[in-house]
Design a protein around this ligand. Sequence first.
Ligand SMILES: N[C@@H](CCC(=O)N[C@@H](CS)C(=O)NCC(=O)O)C(=O)O
Length: 207
Amino acid sequence: MILIGMYDSPFVRRVGIALRLYGIAYEHRAWSVFSDTMKIMAYNPLVRVPTLVLDDGEALIDSAAILDALDDLVGPERAMTPSNGPPRRAALKTCALAAGIADKAVSLVYERHVHERADPVWIERCAGQITRVMNELEIALAAQTTHFWRGDAIGHDDVMVSCAVTFMRDALAGDMDLAPWQALKRHTDMCEGLPEFRESYMKFKIG
Ligand SMILES: N[C@@H](CCC(=O)N[C@@H](CS)C(=O)NCC(=O)O)C(=O)O
């Protein structure tokens, strides 16, 4: 398998971490969506990362769809998403909320650094969405008594939340104060201490 994209993307990271946690061997091509456009386009017409190229050449896109395929590959016993019912719905919702704020954080970065003039209305909208979701995740996490979000085993929700928080720490430093969300901070610090997270990390740097 080939994982395309740089680890400063929270979406590429969640896939890299899942591959490592599953023990699936892969080659990493740390291509940039800005400077390696044509190389990525050869696999994905959207020119987005992550793109995961399977051994038979099939290219999977979008981190949620990629993780769904990996869960399918390892089977229900090892899958990092519960197989059915309320636990599955809850895990997928946490993933969607965390991926959503990562998306908004990426939007904020593009607005501030890529566009000629940052739009204050868009910035306020994104910041409000991030704040509301962080508040909800903080309350949900503070109520947990288990080591990971949903028990003793790590899930894609743990990974996505940590990747989103770390991306915000790195890319929005100075723009957003993450201090109000202490349970999320502790959870992220714990996850970031794991070897699979450390091995799939690149500090975000614009340009
Ligand atoms: N929903 C997608 C989001 C992926 C995404 O936003 N990737 C960014 C990098 S962090 C990207 O490829 N941006 C380039 C573009 O959209 O043109 C996923 O989960 O994979």
